[in-house]
Design a protein around this ligand. Structure first.
Ligand SMILES: [Zn+2]
Length: 658
């Protein structure tokens, strides 16, 4: 192989990157980001989070391509005549970070097989990907390439592969030349920001301003999300006849980053404001206790018996990671943790061999039945290989690994920022050119204590910014035993000092239980970033198997229709906390590392309707049933659950008869 100077430089820089990867900041005229994403592999999971990625690797993510035809050798993304649209790229978008964060040689070999095909089969005109698309509506569709480009960028960061950037450059030149004749259509119209992300990624590396012109063209052809939310008219569950690509949950989850991504080019206040408007509208009309909005395919309202698609969960997480880097708002970290530590595991089996299409906050059975979804079928909430539709089967893999990769980001002034908390290490350069390793030891979110050990090559001054969650009003931080002042919940707390090898930071986020208000004035019990749900006995019945995977129905084996009987307005006083060992599968009902107990009474009038928990009675409610003690476990561990509870007004609590 002829080694040009450029590739020699690339190899040299990748050798440096292997020791201490460096972030690539925004290049003018792009607005500087509040933080900068660290190149993939700068942050590595450890502790329970590494175990979680290993569970994932041993589960569907590590084996799906071995038996699922859409990712088999016939995939158009491997040169075959089979599935040639979004499924190959979706799989890669999660497999790349999973492989390089676990260092699993088998997964890395799989990544290389897929990447090699795309990188080595670019068409002379610059097109990448399949050319044999059988479905004319999907032929030469720009959309699946958005996803492959995201996967390619991650792969380049992890490996420094010198093929990636030239392939991207040639592809974007092709698109710039042909986009007027072959404009965005269907999904590509609604997801344009996901390509703009990669255009900016490349622009920051090669400075070619034609990439910014192409970004403008995509935005002009793309859906105007800002206008949709300026006059937001979808205040309830969308019925089938009104459903379209603008009301589609996954499109909305991807679009959560749209205004922030675009703001980087415009710098206009209106774009930033539009982002907050979107969150506000989705929370107000479709918000659910797990932090995600309801969209069982389409906007589904606030009723906790409505669902949310798994693709929506992982895409919302990725959007939050991106906009945190752009705008640096600590509330994005709160929401990211809430979705990642609740909605994500709550819709996957503990062994990650099966997933749901739709999860419900109040999920009393997962069975073949026609529930009140907007457009989905009877399989939508069972656990399996591809219940309802196979998009989530291909797309779910990015959730955990991208969270792990983005726990830390580069901060202004040559510093580092803790974006979300989880056991990890981060290795990068600080203060310009000093290599630093930070080890984060913690069982967060199951425990409230986080230990950081800072290991710079030599004494160096840089800011270490710690996100203080908005719920952590009693947060404390100590550096080598000394406690600084000025720590405020809902902000970044900056420790700007000289760091010496072995300096220790102890962070404590006391987790008092709290009750938050949801649909029909129901209450959800939260503690730290975790939402707690009623532990319902679950009986798993195999429906069928496909290769090593199985589809399951889940039936309840204990009552679910409880109303909380909190003793007074202070929920913390009514709730007992029991910590259990952190085992091999923390997101399983038997392995839940924390249990809460609280008093409750059955509410006989609350019954099953359409195979889900029926309409949630408006609280406060009354009941003459006897008081019981119920057990709550983390939402992510409770595959059957009640999360939004009616509650009994303390003053109306009946006296039990002996
Ligand atoms: Zn999906």
């Amino acid at each position: 192989m002829k080694r040009s100077i450029a590739s020699a430089l690339l190899l040299a820089s990748s050798a440096i990157a292997a020791a201490a990867p460096q972030p690539v900041p925004n290049r003018a005229p792009l607005q500087p980001g509040a933080f900068n994403l660290l190149p993939l592999t700068s942050v590595k999971p450890t502790g329970w989070l590494l175990d979680q990625l290993r569970i994932q690797s041993r589960g569907l993510s590590g084996h799906l391509d071995e038996f699922w035809p859409d990712l088999g050798p016939s995939s158009g993304w491997l040169g075959g005549s089979g599935e040639s649209w979004e499924r190959g790229p979706y799989f890669l978008d999660g497999l790349v970070p999973l492989a390089y964060l676990t260092g699993d040689a088998k997964l890395i070999a799989k990544v290389k097989k897929w990447m090699d095909w795309t990188l080595d089969h670019q068409q002379p005109d610059g097109w990448i990907g399949p050319t044999n698309q059988q479905n004319p509506r999907q032929a030469y569709d720009w959309w699946p390439n958005y996803v492959m480009l995201k996967a390619m960028a991650q792969y380049q960061e992890a490996t420094g592969d010198p093929r990636v950037i030239p392939v991207m450059e040639k592809y974007f030149a092709h698109q710039a030349k042909t986009l007027d004749q072959r404009p965005l259509k269907q999904w590509a119209i609604y997801r344009w920001q996901d390509e703009v992300l990669t255009l900016f990624w490349l622009y920051n590396r090669n400075g070619d301003s034609r990439l910014l012109e192409l970004a403008r063209k995509l935005q002009a052809q793309g859906h105007d999300w800002e206008a949709q939310f300026a006059e937001f008219r979808f205040h309830d569950k969308v019925e089938k006849k009104d459903a379209n690509l603008a009301t589609h949950g996954v499109n909305n989850a991807m679009a959560l980053k749209s205004a922030a991504v675009w703001w980087q080019l415009t710098g206009e206040r209106g774009d930033r404001d539009a982002l907050y408007r979107m969150f506000e509208m989705l929370d107000r009309y479709h918000g659910q206790p797990s932090g995600i909005f309801a969209s069982d395919e389409h906007y589904a309202g606030r009723d906790p018996s409505q669902g949310t698609e798994l693709c929506t969960v992982v895409e919302a997480m990725f959007s939050l990671e991106i906009e945190m880097s752009i705008l640096g708002d600590p509330s994005f970290g709160d929401r990211l943790e809430k979705i990642a530590y609740n909605a994500l595991p709550g819709t996957l089996t503990a062994d990650m061999w099966a997933h749901q299409y739709d999860q419900q906050a109040n999920q009393i059975s997962c069975t073949l039945a026609n529930r009140r979804w907007s457009t989905n079928g009877p399989q939508a909430n069972i656990f399996g290989l591809e219940p309802n539709f196979g998009c989530c089967t291909a797309n779910m893999h990015q959730g955990w690994p991208k969270l792990a990769a983005n726990l830390w980001m580069a901060a202004p002034g040559g510093g580092l920022a803790a974006i979300a908390y989880g056991p990890s290490t981060v290795t990068t350069l600080v203060a310009g050119n000093t290599s630093v390793l930070i080890e984060e030891h913690t069982d967060y979110p199951f425990r409230d204590l986080i230990h950081l050990t800072v290991k710079p090559d030599r004494a160096v001054t840089f800011p270490l910014m710690l996100r203080i969650p908005s719920w952590a009003s009693a947060a404390s931080v100590a550096v080598n035993g000394q406690s600084p002042s000025g720590i405020r919940a809902g902000t970044f707390f900056s420790l700007n000092r000289q760091w010496r090898p072995g300096d220790r930071v102890e962070i404590r986020f006391p987790m008092l239980p709290r009750a938050t208000t949801w649909y029909n004035d129901s209450l959800a019990i939260e503690r730290g970033p975790l939402v707690y749900s009623l532990k319902i006995g679950d009986s798993w019945h195999e429906l069928k198997s496909f290769g090593p995977s199985k589809d399951w129905e889940v039936f309840p084996s204990s009552p679910w229709n409880y109303a909380l009987a909190l003793e007074n307005d202070n929920p913390a006083a009514s709730i007992k906390i029991r910590e259990k060992p952190l085992g091999a599968q923390p997101f399983s009902s038997e392995g839940a590392p924390v249990e809460l107990t609280v008093k409750a009474r059955r509410l006989p009038s609350w019954q099953i309707v359409d195979d889900s928990a029926g309409p949630l009675p408006v609280s406060p409610v009354t009941t003459r049933q006897a008081e019981e003690t119920i057990t709550l476990i983390p939402y992510g561990a409770a595959k059957l659950r009640i999360t939004a509870f009616p509650y009994i007004a303390p003053s109306t609590l009946p006296q039990d008869q002996p």
